[in-house]
Write a protein that binds this ligand. Structure first.
Ligand code: SF4
Length: 66
C-alpha cells in the first residue's frame, strides 16, 4: 500500500510546529495514544490551538458543544 501522506494533508488541522509526525497519521495516532491523547483532527479549529490533546479535554468539549 502506498503512503497516503498527500491525502492526509487535506484532512490535517494541526498547527503545532515543528512536528516530525505531521501528516503521518499512523505515527501521530500512536504518539498521542501513548500519552492518553487524541490527534489534532479530533478537535475544532479553536480547540486545536490550545494544544491540549487530552482525552479528558475532548470529552469536556463534547459535553459543552454537542
Ligand atoms: S496532532 Fe500531534 S503528532 Fe499529530 S501532527 Fe499535530 S503535533 Fe504532531
Amino acid at each position: 500500500m502506498d503512503c497516503r501522506i498527500d491525502l492526509n494533508k487535506k484532512h490535517c488541522n494541526c498547527t503545532y510546529e515543528p512536528c516530525s509526525r505531521k501528516h503521518k497519521c499512523c505515527e501521530c495516532l500512536h504518539y498521542h495514544r501513548q500519552n492518553d491523547e487524541l490527534p489534532a483532527c479530533f478537535f475544532s479549529k479553536e480547540q486545536e490551538r490550545t494544544y491540549n490533546r487530552s482525552i479528558s479535554y475532548f470529552v469536556e468539549m463534547k459535553k459543552y458543544h454537542s
